[in-house]
Design a protein around this ligand. Structure first.
Ligand code: GLC
Length: 447
């Protein structure tokens, strides 16, 4: 993403005429990162078409569910507490999620305004939530007694969600999971096992929309044979999209726990927890508010990215009440405000400490998260504002605009919407903000 300084530079008169989104595209290069291999080249050729639904989706649900859920001390507990293997695997036999628990996840995702889901098929612990011929350490042959991935896929499809599979390459259970680093025979076995599992999940569940690799420790792309891996993936699922965590660029970048637009116009998705844990952690009460979640979603949309927000179901598969509450509130807000997110184009306007912004065409959406009452004002909007209205009520808002300040006046004292109120501002052309212009040119004391 351009630095603030670059953006300010880009907001000169000629840039304004051209429209800043075009300037951004030119400066950052409108194409994806340079393809590196025959697989990459083929991927690049079909990328725009494969990713169309994903770009429009904007908002997805991440689900971390596995044996760690029964322990309730974070999904890294096996390694972080150095739990002996026998003690850990015993938990797999007491893992008894309620039948069809993914239905509630999918319903919640839909109610939250999410359009796709990504579930852990196998996390670092090595437990397969799906049926496999390669190991007994899988849901049908352990406590659950059935294929949890199958249930998830059915549930997601029933709610019209696109289906994503998370798959951790790192494996703390498989005997070759670490020694593959130094022992070629172990590497061969482990890579065959890994490719085999990926083949199974991409063969047995119909169309899969996203493959979300995770942690490639301890091998590099050569060690994992990642080229061959992706080759197989696209053979099995020609329309799938893959992330960048098998040490190849894939289709999109995956900033974790922070929001950062990828460079060079590359697709990106910020993934985040709702509290501080991905897997169920019964003591973690550090919940994000619906306001924080919506602000994050706005920031992703403003900068052209997606937001993948996590739930960590309890051992019985039910979703923690706080997650349900927050996601339901987000969905309610999106009912009125959703189009400002889903249809958002890159937005150059960004400077305020009580509002964030999205844009569709010449309309600027000012999403006020701390409602100051009475009026709101915006510095350095260099585009003429023609009209404004409160999105929630449709009420017209009066505008007072000069070279430096755009003021929306006569607003109600109390915010008309919650947790953010959106004001739609119709502009004469693509809205552009230049606060440096204000700093330099607004008359100072005595001038
Ligand atoms: C990290 C963590 C993992 C989590 C993932 C989600 O890689 O190791 O527990 O699944 O991030 O992005």
């Amino acid at each position: 993403m351009l630095s603030r300084r670059d953006l300010l530079k880009a907001t000169g008169a000629s840039a304004m005429a051209a429209g800043v989104s075009k300037v951004l595209a030119q400066q950052s290069g409108s194409s994806q990162t340079a393809p590196q291999s025959p697989t990459d080249i083929r991927q690049a050729q079909t990328r725009d078409q494969r990713m169309q639904w994903w770009h429009a989706a904007r908002f997805g649900m991440f689900i971390h569910f596995g044996v760690y859920s029964t322990i309730g001390r974070h999904e890294w507990v096996m390694e972080e507490e150095a739990i002996p293997i026998g003690e850990y695997t015993a938990h797999a036999t007491t893992f008894h999620p309620a039948p069809n628990c993914p239905r509630a996840w999918a319903r919640l995702a839909k109610a939250a305004g999410m359009k796709y889901m990504v579930m852990t098929t196998k996390h670092h612990e090595g437990f397969c939530n799906f049926n496999t011929t390669q190991t007994d350490y899988c849901a049908p042959k352990q406590g659950p007694g059935r294929d949890l991935v199958h249930e998830y896929v059915e549930a997601a499809r029933a709610e019209g969600m696109h289906v994503g599979f998370y798959y951790s390459l790192m494996d703390w259970h498989h005997p070759d999971g670490a020694r593959c680093m130094t022992d070629e025979a172990a590497r061969r076995r482990f890579v065959d096992y890994t490719h085999g599992l990926i083949r199974e999940i991409l063969t047995n569940y119909g169309k899969v929309d996203v493959l979300w690799y995770d942690v490639a420790w301890p091998l590099d792309a050569n060690g994992w044979e990642s080229e061959r891996m992706n080759e197989m993936v696209f053979q099995l699922q020609p329309e799938i999209i893959v992330n960048n965590r098998n040490r190849l660029p894939g289709d999109f970048s995956t900033p974790e726990q922070h929001i950062e637009a990828a460079k060079n116009g590359r697709a990106w998705e910020a993934c985040m927890t709702l509290n501080d844990s991905w897997g169920y952690q019964r003591a973690d009460d550090n919940w994000k508010s619906s306001r924080t979640v919506i602000r994050n979603l706005i920031q992703c949309s403003r900068d052209g990215g997606n937001y993948l927000l996590n739930i960590g179901p309890k051992p019985d598969g039910s979703v923690p009440e706080e997650s349900v509450r927050v996601l339901t509130e987000v969905g309610e807000w999106l009912q009125t405000n959703g189009h400002t997110i889903y249809q958002a184009e890159l937005c150059q306007v960004r400077h305020s400490d009580y509002a964030n912004f999205t844009r569709i065409g010449n309309t600027l959406y000012m999403h006020v998260y701390f409602w100051p009452g009475n009026y709101v004002a915006l510095s350095g909007l260099r585009t003429k504002a023609l009209s404004a209205r409160l999105l929630k009520t449709g009420t017209e808002v009066k505008i007072a605009q000069d070279d430096f300040q755009t003021k929306l006046i006569g607003l109600p004292e109390k915010a008309p919407d919650w947790p953010l109120t959106t004001i739609a501002i119709e502009c004469e052309s693509e809205p552009i903000q230049d606060t440096l212009y204000v700093r330099e040119n607004k008359p100072r004391a005595g001038v």
